[in-house]
Design a protein around this ligand. Structure first.
Ligand SMILES: *[C@@H]1O[C@H](CO)[C@@H](O)[C@H](O)[C@H]1NC(C)=O
Ligand SMILES: *[C@@H]1O[C@H](CO)[C@@H](O)[C@H](O)[C@H]1NC(C)=O
Ligand SMILES: *[C@@H]1O[C@H](CO)[C@@H](O)[C@H](O)[C@H]1NC(C)=O
Ligand SMILES: *[C@@H]1O[C@H](CO)[C@@H](O)[C@H](O)[C@H]1NC(C)=O
Length: 441
């Protein structure tokens, strides 16, 4: 990636526009959707999000995720709610060309109300980094002939949902946490989406969001744009269970992980893998799975990325449940069925799950322990609440779904990540996680 000339351009460009603090980081609260979706709505949204035959589409992800970032765009700043998504690259917002008498019910960014908005010219280097609408793909763009030909983009998600509009530059205002000061980032590239279509970026499953904050690995993602020699190419988050009362606040930190979290030093790291067919995704390698300490007979190849870019395991903040490739899933399910000591609920299938147990009247139900051994000797041993959800009072269901061979990739979803501080360290190409580090933030 870094040898890509346009990426260098962007990089250099941001170097000039970002404030030059050393080891500065930005901290953004991540908000839950309101109202909270039900487990069956989450499952439906996940299945739509992953409704792709293979990870061959770049940025194959949708905005059905359940953590949102609150962002201020433009001058004066307009407040927008975006889905925080590690499964895609582009930061885009719904735009409206409304100039005057804009009804307050318009839930979109109004570029005409901002003095700092400007579309990229189709000749600008950043324009080469976004996919273009089919009708504009082969159109020539001359620097001199047409002075104001804006850069058109069309970003597609796995389920066919799209955001189409102008790839543009704007000022973003964010809170910095080291002080009460606001940080202003100038000329950040984003998609001004004048047309959005498809279930995952419109209507109910978008949960009132006005766009997506892509946190993927590609050069146009929000985190990649913010990285420069001062701010390391690292971001971290702690996703907390917002169904608790009162709901705790989750944070996304861009830049070096705050020292107070690191000094608790209990990070374990696993290397990031790259899939040339899906460069946006954060792939890790699962080496083995155990249930209640018993290692299951699953070949390592089940989780491998094959020569065509299929398979592999992705860490994704925008998917709620976890998805595991067959035959691994079947073996895990069988091991759970064998070991769970609670009465099975017959209606599991109607709830959309393979295994549900009746925990009503059981004070502290004992559920089997799931453990992943990852590359780099890292072990992810989450609490049962990270892989069991409660779709009905007194009913707990295994929140893992199968992925048929050749039909996709495995996903470590946001529920599985809950309560961990996850650090995405792009400079050292690794992901770190720790159970100690959420509270101190
Ligand atoms: C804007 O609203 C005002 C008063 O509500 C009205 O008089 C005016 O015609 C409107 N202008 C446009 C362009 O719709
Ligand atoms: C495009 O043309 C403008 C004005 O003629 C010039 O300043 C700019 O450097 C050119 N851009 C590129 C990428 O050649
Ligand atoms: C910054 O944080 C303060 C306190 O949490 C909040 O009141 C304010 O709205 C935030 N500003 C922005 C631009 O996010
Ligand atoms: C769970 O068990 C209780 C009795 O212990 C029963 O009343 C209830 O109907 C069961 N729930 C389901 C969903 O099967």
């Amino acid at each position: 990636m870094s040898s890509h000339p346009s990426f260098f351009f962007l990089f250099f460009f941001l170097l000039l526009t970002l404030p030059h603090y050393s080891s500065e980081y930005l901290k953004l609260p991540l908000l839950p959707p309101t109202p909270l979706p039900s487990p069956s709505q989450l499952l439906a949204a996940d299945l739509r999000r992953l409704s792709v035959k293979s990870p061959l589409t770049s940025g194959a992800a949708t905005g059905s995720g359940q953590y949102f970032a609150d962002l201020r765009l433009g001058s004066p700043p307009q407040r927008l709610l975006l889905v925080a998504d590690t499964g895609s690259d582009l930061l885009w917002v719904k735009c409206s060309a409304c100039r005057r008498n804009c009804s307050s019910s318009i839930s979109a960014f109004l570029p005409r109300h901002s003095t700092s908005f400007s579309p990229h010219h189709c000749y600008d280097s950043p324009c080469q980094l976004v996919p273009h609408p089919p009708s504009h793909k082969n159109r020539l763009c001359h620097n001199r002939t047409k002075l104001h030909t804006p850069c058109r983009y069309q970003y597609s998600y796995a389920d066919g949902s799209t955001s189409t509009g102008f790839f543009s530059k704007e000022t973003i205002t964010l809170n910095t946490t080291s002080s009460t000061l606001l940080t202003t980032l100038k000329k950040l590239s984003f998609g001004c989406g004048f047309r959005t279509s498809g279930p995952s970026v419109t209507g109910h499953s978008f949960n009132g969001a006005q766009g997506v904050m892509g946190l993927g690995r590609g050069p146009i993602s929000f985190t990649s744009q913010l990285s420069n020699t001062n701010t390391k190419h690292t971001f971290s988050y702690c996703l907390l269970d917002y169904t608790l009362s009162p709901p705790p606040t989750s944070y996304l930190t861009i830049g070096p992980t705050p020292n107070d979290a690191v000094s608790q030093n209990s990070f374990t790291y696993t290397p990031l893998l790259t899939n040339p067919f899906s460069p946006s995704f954060y792939y890790i390698s699962i080496q083995s799975v155990s249930v209640d300490g018993v290692r299951l007979p699953i070949s390592e190849s089940v989780f491998r990325i094959d020569a065509h870019g299929n398979g592999g395991t992705v860490v994704d903040s925008g998917t709620t449940l976890s998805f595991l490739a067959e035959p691994a899933y079947g073996k895990i399910l069988a091991a759970f069925r064998l070991r769970v000591r609670l009465p099975a609920v017959e209606s599991a299938a109607t709830l959309g799950f393979d295994l549900c147990v009746n925990v009503s009247g059981v004070a502290r139900p004992r559920l089997p322990r799931l453990r992943f051994r990852l590359a780099g000797k890292a072990v992810l041993s989450p609490p049962a609440g990270n892989y069991f959800i409660e779709p009905a009072e007194g009913v707990k269901c295994l929140a893992v779904q199968p992925v048929r061979p050749g039909s996709g990739f495995s996903v470590i979803g946001n529920l599985m990540q809950q309560g961990y501080l996850f650090e995405f360290d792009l400079d050292r190409s690794r992901i770190g996680f720790t159970r100690h580090g959420c509270a101190v933030r």
